[in-house]
Design a protein around this ligand. Sequence first.
Ligand code: FAD
Ligand code: SF4
Length: 511
Amino acid sequence: LKTVALILGDQLNASHSWFQQTDDERLFVLMEIRQETDYCRHHVQKVVGFFAAMRKFASALAEAGHRVLYLTLDNQDNQQSITSNLEAICKTTQACQVQLQQPDEYRLDEQLQHWAETVVDSLNVRVDWFDSEHFITQRSVLQDWFGEQDNYVMEHFYRRVRKQTGYLMNGDKPEGGKWNYDHDNRKTPKSGHDYPTPLLFAHDVSEIHQLLLDSGIDTLGEIDSKQFIWPLSRREAKELLTDFVERLLPNFGDYQDAMVTGQWSLYHSRLSFALNTKMLAPKQVVDAAIQAWQNNPKAISLNQIEGFIRQIIGWREFVRAIYWQFMPNYGERNHLNHKRQLPDFYWNGETQMNCLEKSIRQSLDYAYAHHIQRLMITGNFALLAGCDPDAVDAWYLGIYIDAIEWVELPNTRGMSQYADGGILATKPYVSSGSYIHKMSDYCTDCHYDVKRKTGEGACPFNLLYWHFIDRHFEQLQGNGRMGLILKQWEKRSEEDKKQITQEAEEFLASL
Ligand code: FAD
Ligand code: SF4
């Protein structure tokens, strides 16, 4: 045997050129390891989902005639670390070459780079690196296109990707004449709206779940291990994609920001797990969506398709580029110097704030929340309350099935917590209760009164919003997009200001 080729849990890309031909001299290696289950407290569905998808991927490779070594968590030869396992496998197989795909996480990149440097001499093997053949842009794209800057604007990046790929372009002009139709995408469903039921799978993953329990792995959240709902293979991921473009895409843009009690995924695709494990490629997703739109432009209007394409070729590629441009320091930024612990209710949903209760409960139940729940409910609250971005990051990295650091970190620390000081977002995403009331039905069933700004029963978001503005008044002064709000606060009477900040502080002390 000549070659050992490592496949990480988020490299389940069946279209990769590695798999185009079988080769008896090459052994593909996949491993379930404590290194990955333990670097953060993950949602139980996330760990089970990764292991189950890896197992299916390994079986599919073997069926296609490839040589595969799969180390289960309880295999007695498993040393529970990527590099220790790799080293042992190289020794027993006497391979002279190791093949690695570039990892997407800085942590793993460092580990493997370091190992590759040392192993060349000690084991006398050659290490070759390969692209993961997944993304549309390169890691270094921001540097390549815009040079060294203190901050980058997603919209500029997005337009450049549109031009380069030709997606939604008419020659060199954007389809329909506008680059962005976000303004059309702020609808909330009327009462009596006929909601779509999400396509769910029903895998029996109880064996893997039991393995986690027997191994004493500390997880969070709930699982129905007899009916696991997430796609675990490329075929299922494609099924989910087809269902999305046919049934949900026609309303995707319209209700993208809406939040409705009991409707945990609305018109969202729930493709993030399939994409981030690379069971699906972004190009495949975009092609399917554009095809559906071209086949049926009457049902899928331009604002729906543009809104969706922007998420995939815009935001997703952009946050990855930010990650690689600013790591490793990005993960340590705390621009607003926030230090508060994340309240306990983030782990059990036990709070009288209905919007938080619903969004957190749903995250614990499904390992999923859609973007506006993540940004404007849980993220908004953590930012207003001044929670430590390290704690906020750890929570987001653990709780969602799609959470891998390259995508979680810029979204959390940058977009949601403004801890990067505006590298990624032009202003902090904060709101009082009125935005939540406008975009959701949560307030109608809440212990608090969204209309009350102060006093008994006042919505905590109303108090905390102004407390945040007051706390960071000076820091926010240079930001043109915050100017109006700052003026509003300045105009308030001293008495008003005192009452609000005092009540906000009492609330914070009660957390
Ligand atoms: P849809 O609404 O159907 O969107 C389609 C796809 O677009 C998603 O599957 C995703 O691949 C992509 N996308 C949309 N918005 C973003 C974005 N801001 N960044 C990157 N990709 C995006 N996404 C993750 O994949 N992993 C994370 O760990 C993650 N953490 C987040 C943390 C916070 C605080 C916030 C505000 C957002 C986070 N996101 C993360 C982005 C986004 O919320 C999820 O991608 C989305 O909710 C996944 O659900 P969906 O597949 O139904 O998405
Ligand atoms: Fe959330 Fe305030 Fe509305 Fe209650 S009243 S659901 S706390 S925004």
